[in-house]
Design a protein around this ligand. Structure first.
Ligand SMILES: [Zn+2]
Ligand SMILES: [Zn+2]
Ligand SMILES: [Zn+2]
Length: 136
């Protein structure tokens, strides 16, 4: 889907910044960090970028990806990701030790049972290893 169409579908105003951010996500199949986005989108200031990412996350277009690189990353949500106020993801993130890219894997996190008295608010499941592009 074209960025313009996606923005329309989510009833967002079409702005240049939003289109550029969406395009960048569509052109990469790994999670993108804020510094990466800043570097690759010209003429967009930090505040606008920050706000754009926040809006996209709120409506369920992108989700947070946490790995051990200490930079917050985001990845596009799949088409079926509809969760207005409860943005949770139950798939696994895979961080490659060679190319250092983190990708969303279409693998569900198994149900984890906690001891009594513990309540989960959010969880992130990430793995490290060698991705399919880096396996020789
Ligand atoms: Zn999502
Ligand atoms: Zn790799
Ligand atoms: Zn993901």
């Amino acid at each position: 889907m074209k960025p313009e169409e996606i923005l329309k579908k989510y009833q967002l105003k079409i702005t240049n910044a939003r289109i550029k951010v969406l395009e960048l996500f569509q052109n990469h199949n790994f999670a993108l960090s804020q510094p990466f986005l800043e570097k690759n989108i010209e003429l967009i200031d930090r505040v606008t970028l920050y706000r754009t990412l926040n809006t996209f996350e709120e409506i369920g277009l992108i989700h947070k990806v946490i790995d051990d690189s200490f930079t917050l990353k985001y990845a596009l949500c799949s088409e079926v990701c509809l969760h207005q106020n409860n943005h949770k993801h139950e798939h696994i993130h895979f961080q490659c030790v060679k190319c250092n890219q983190t990708t969303c894997l279409d693998v569900k996190i198994p149900l984890i049972k906690l001891p009594e008295g513990y309540q989960i608010e959010e969880y992130h499941f990430s793995m490290k290893g060698i991705c399919k592009n880096c396996v020789i």
